[in-house]
Design a protein around this ligand. Sequence first.
Ligand code: SF4
Length: 356
Amino acid sequence: METKKRVLSGMQASGRLHLGNLLGALAKWKELQDGYECFYFIADWHALSTCYEDTHEIKGNTFEIAVDWLSVGIDPEKSTIFVQSFIPEHAVLHLLLSMITPVPWLERNPTYKEKQEEIKNRDLTTYGFLGYPVLQTADIALYKANCVPVGIDQLPHLELTREIVRRFNYIYKKDVFVEPEEILSETPKLPGTDGRKMSKSYNNAIYLSDPPEEIEKKVRSMLTDPRRERRADPGNPEICPVFALHNVYSPSPSQEKLQGISRGTTDSPAIDISEISDQCRTAKIGCVDCKIILAKNLIKKMQPIYEKRCKLKSNPQRIYEILSQGSKKARKIAIATLKEATEAMGIHMEAPRSTR
Ligand code: SF4
């Protein structure tokens, strides 16, 4: 039987997940579960790299992210779901790899400078922030992951991981670690309520944990085509954030037709995106009505996730069990890999029994 390739990916425990996360990473993770041996982890230590002064939300975020994953179909029967800090080997390997990683490699990492420019209200002058890619390399290398699902903007990080791994294998003359390949996932740029990219840092996101009434409120508050000032003005859906969400959550013309046929009726099919576009351009529909339609379609898609979320949250014990079982399984691999690495370095030592 052919062994499945191993996939590893993680998310920082820095907040609840939103529609952008679902459409980008999580949809891909879910798809990979059937063809790969998947390891998905919540990176709670990584969250410290940008918020070491304010840690009070990290534990809660870890729990909420686990609930988000399970509610969208990341399945603990198929994938190993674990928490980074449950496995101290991540920290140990990070330390060992930091000894061999040249500082200029980290300084030339494009996101290092970008984030420093972008995030002005946090202290990003720490080693932890500079060394973030080293910890990321340790996360991947510990499991000898063959593949890592990434967006195009994360490719330089993965290249750095390959360089660090290659350097380790070269210095210690043993192929302990695997150079991971990327599985590129398209990350559609979903706009938030203010038209900028949906992001928790912009406070413009619609979360998986938002109840229907909150979704409706957020959709109603969304920016529209800024040049459409009056109801009688024709709009331009191409530049309207509301329409960008219609494109994802409202039926396409063919879908609507098929649904009508399967219902055995075409009496009053819901309005599809090409009709919304036409009616916007000819001012036949107003932005308020257009948003009402979007809210209805979005809530219909998100309702099952929301209901599953509520059910999962009512049994927190079960969530901790899943995280603990996944971490136990992952840790066995991590311990074995770390032993191999320290043996290759010639520093592996077992503590005498009396000190254990
Ligand atoms: S009608 Fe809809 S698509 Fe057109 S500008 Fe208004 S909200 Fe945007």
